[in-house]
Design a protein around this ligand. Sequence first.
Ligand code: HEC
Ligand code: HEC
Length: 216
Amino acid sequence: MRLLAVTVSVGAALLVMTAPGYAAGGDAIFKKNCASCHYTDGPAKEKTIADQLAKKGPELWYAGSKFKKDWLVAWLQNPKQIRPLKYNSLSDVNKGDHPKQSAGDAAATADFLMGLTSAEVKAGVITAKVTPQAKAIFGKKMPCGGCHEYSEKGEVRGGKSGPSLAGAGKRLNPDWVNAYLANIKVFKPVRDMPDFASALNPKDIEGVAAYIATFE
Ligand code: HEC
Ligand code: HEC
């Protein structure tokens, strides 16, 4: 009787595992469809430029600190270019051919990714705000707009070598932007973006992070 019960329950478990349409967890979906281009175990692995160039996509080990969940769920179903240029290229255009997910898979994968956080990011420090000082730093004093697109009065302007910051208010957690500008090495030990932590004081960095959070 006991043996029969065990056999039946093992059989039932196998059925559940192989039944078509069974929604796998986000980590399993990620492993199968995404892990060939993105790594999710931190801290940062890149040590040399060759390591960075070998990556097929951005690291996602701090995705839960970086992204806003609503944006992530929507983007995974309908991915639009973030970097105007192809990943790791300074000349080729980004064709916008990122893999698309179904609504169910995107929700499960986003749940998994939002669980990947970095202790470097202090929550609840930055709220979206435009200040003349931050605007001047972004547009004039520091050449942020020379490498990043942003939109002003409904028009997209700025450089193309960095990720676009147009729509950053919906995409990026401002507390992550603050941590990123203050201590870029944690996230990008090998990078194309200058380190601004010595040029800007912590208050200015917070102001710029709050300003980027207003970008539509
Ligand atoms: C063939 C390689 C490849 C595969 C497979 C892939 N990605 Fe990507 N992913 C990229 C590249 C390249 C980018 C940069 C796209 C851009 O900037 O527009 C990217 C960007 C992203 C971003 C935004 C990251 C950032 O820092 O801007 C997320 C989130 C993401 N991918 C999740 C996923 C998920 C989830 C899957 C699996 C369903 C997946 N990717 C599969 C290459 C890939
Ligand atoms: C020389 C070009 C350059 C300048 C100048 C520059 N950036 Fe960047 N920025 C980049 C690149 C390239 C990346 C992508 C990460 C990398 O490879 O370092 C990036 C990434 C970022 C990100 C993360 C975006 C994302 O989706 O991952 C933010 C936020 C950012 N920069 C803000 C700024 C601010 C604020 C300034 C001015 C204080 C600035 N950048 C100046 C090139 C630049």
